[in-house]
Design a protein around this ligand. Sequence first.
Ligand code: PLP
Ligand code: ZN
Length: 387
Amino acid sequence: MTFAIKITCPRCQSRFPLGKPVNLCPCGSPLWVEYDLKKIKRRLKKAHLKDRPATLWRYREFLPLKSDKNRVSLGEGFTPLLDAPRLAAEFKLKRLWVKDEAENPTGSFKDRGLAVAISLAKELGIKKVAIPSAGNAGSSLAAYAARAGIEAHVFMPKDVPRANIAEVEQYGARLTLVDGLINDCGRIIAERKESEGWFDVSTLKEPYRLEGKKTMGLEIAEQLDWKLPDVIIYPTGGGTGLVGMWKGFAELEAIGWIGARRPRMVSVQAEGCAPIVRAFRSGKETAEPWANAETIAAGLRVPQAVADFLMLRVLRASGGTALAVSDAEMVSEIRRAGKLEGLFFCPEGAACVAALKRLAAQGWIKPSDSVLLFNTASGLKYLDALG
Ligand SMILES: *Cc1c(COP(=O)(O)O)cnc(C)c1O
Ligand SMILES: [Zn+2]
């Protein structure tokens, strides 16, 4: 059973029924799922979580799937929240945690969103799905679609990490390599989806990947005994994680499990593709597309995001900030994290370490602040970039 009650538009407040596939609101905004939080509050107690499986499905009251029979799972979520004392000491921090998303089934946190989206696709009777991907989302979609017996079409830039190509092929999805970026891939799907009968699972163009990513916020709260850190540093591409965690925190507050205090949310992008940073810095409510996007952090090579305005709202509402770091900084932070903590960071995760270094040096992050940063995928997926 689900406690989801409706799908709404956060921009124009239009309502859509559950139980039918939806993409963007006609106004152009992403849509999201709303829950009967009063009912969740009455029915669910923190103690209930104790005996539940160590996957994101432990939060099933906060997920939109009606029947557990439709759950398509490979064991995603409930990743370790690791203390990183040696890395913390480098930046003179009292407390630093790494949320290690490399431990998801296909080695990246894209699994969270696609586990939930493909479960919903199965429940809604969808037979064919298509995704534009900068790399890891294609791998995740291919894996979950295979497990569900759904036909998957993956469109990726032709220069994505080699691992992503191999994964998509081994999971049996139809792969098209495109001479362009993720937005060009998205355009091809938009043109063909109607005639091909594909359901479009692009980032935030359907409401369920967001719900899967939201569980990162629920997990952080549970793993820190319902006391959120002072600062969360997140490598931002399409923004599902940033927007999702924020939604999760609001839902936890509504059921009384956390208070009104929120972490300052930090968005990290690559110097070669930083549309959200530029918009944040110039006080804009939406972001202009980034020209000639280039970075080894494939997940950050997103020149334009439909949820730009939602990300910018979260950064500002939280008293957070946005900054861009170079590929060279990412490469050296991969080494530092590897050597100090025994973790093989992906470039996107290493971008968070580089951001932490800079924010600590500037005094924006104080030694007394507790900081959580994400390693969003395994460094093993990026061997070609690390040479
Ligand atoms: C997709 C991706 C990101 C960006 O995540 P969004 O939620 O789309 O902002 C960061 N890191 C990795 C490894 C990714 O695959
Ligand atoms: Zn709308």
